[in-house]
Design a protein around this ligand. Structure first.
Ligand SMILES: Cc1cc2nc3c(=O)[nH]c(=O)nc-3n(C[C@H](O)[C@H](O)[C@H](O)COP(=O)(O)O)c2cc1C
Length: 237
């Protein structure tokens, strides 16, 4: 298996994030993402940075990438704005160390209906990692689903990744993606042993509705400017 090069900016971002989560908790994952409205005015809002596509902080997926991930609902304005203009800048301020990462790039929207071939330009940012997942270790439901969907394909299967993210997203967060009625929790009990699809017979319809609204925003990073009180501004890409 090929190994993904670990760019300096990714290494620094990961170590700063770890340090800031230790100091100030998960609020260190909040950042602001900018888009451009149809009338050319800027729009900025807070999102949770979900880490790197195809990776997990506690579980080896067998893949690694330099692509940053945000999860959103298809009804949010940013989805339409990104379709219209995929350029973005993310401002990620980490309070614990007073560091700022300004990350520029373009965003792909991965929703229910997507064309895998239109995502080929992302392949150079993803690779099978050298440390493949251990067949004997206990896999989360999300990873079990991913492995079923991904199978042995050479390139990352984006449906497999979208499913993995949905399953690990959490019951309350999934419930927010149901719009037809008020739901507080949306648990997934099991995954189909053949297809890897999520199941909970009692609420399957609501789960499918939430999955329809579930969107991955994938950021291909083209510039990184890091600022810290001790080093000032440093361009890292
Ligand atoms: C701490 C915090 C975290 C948030 N995380 C997300 C997120 O991960 N994804 C998201 O779509 N919205 C998130 N939001 C809500 C957005 O800031 C925004 O209000 C919403 O996405 C609608 O914005 P839009 O219509 O301009 O896209 C978060 C808000 C806060 C305050």
């Amino acid at each position: 298996m090929s190994t993904v090069a670990l760019p300096a900016w990714k290494k620094l971002l990961q170590s700063s994030l770890q340090e800031n989560i230790a100091k100030s908790g998960t609020s260190a994952t909040y950042a602001s993402i900018a888009t451009v409205r149809k009338d050319n005015t800027p729009a900025v809002r807070t999102v949770v940075m979900r880490g790197f596509v195809a990776e997990h902080h506690t579980e080896e997926t067998g893949w690694a990438s330099d692509l940053l991930l945000v999860i959103t609902d298809k009804t949010s304005d940013k989805v339409e704005e990104i379709r219209n203009n995929p350029h973005t800048e993310i401002n990620w301020y980490m309070n614990g160390t007073m560091e700022q990462f300004r990350i520029g790039g373009t965003v792909d929207v991965i929703e229910k209906e997507f064309d895998q071939s239109k995502l080929d330009h992302l392949n150079s940012s993803i690779a099978a990692s050298s440390s493949a997942n251990d067949a004997k270790s206990q896999k989360s439901l999300a990873l079990q689903s991913f492995c079923k969907q991904q199978q042995t394909q050479q390139a990352l299967n984006w449906q497999a990744e979208r499913l993995r993210q949905f399953i690990q997203f959490g019951s309350t967060m999934r419930a927010n993606m149901v719009h037809s009625k008020q739901v507080n929790q949306l648990d997934i009990n099991e995954i189909d042993p053949v297809s890897g699809w999520f199941h909970n017979d009692q609420i399957q319809g609501l789960l499918e509705e939430a999955y329809d609204n579930f969107v991955l925003l994938v950021l291909k990073v083209t510039s990184v400017r890091h600022w810290s009180p001790s080093t000032g501004t440093k361009s890292m890409l």
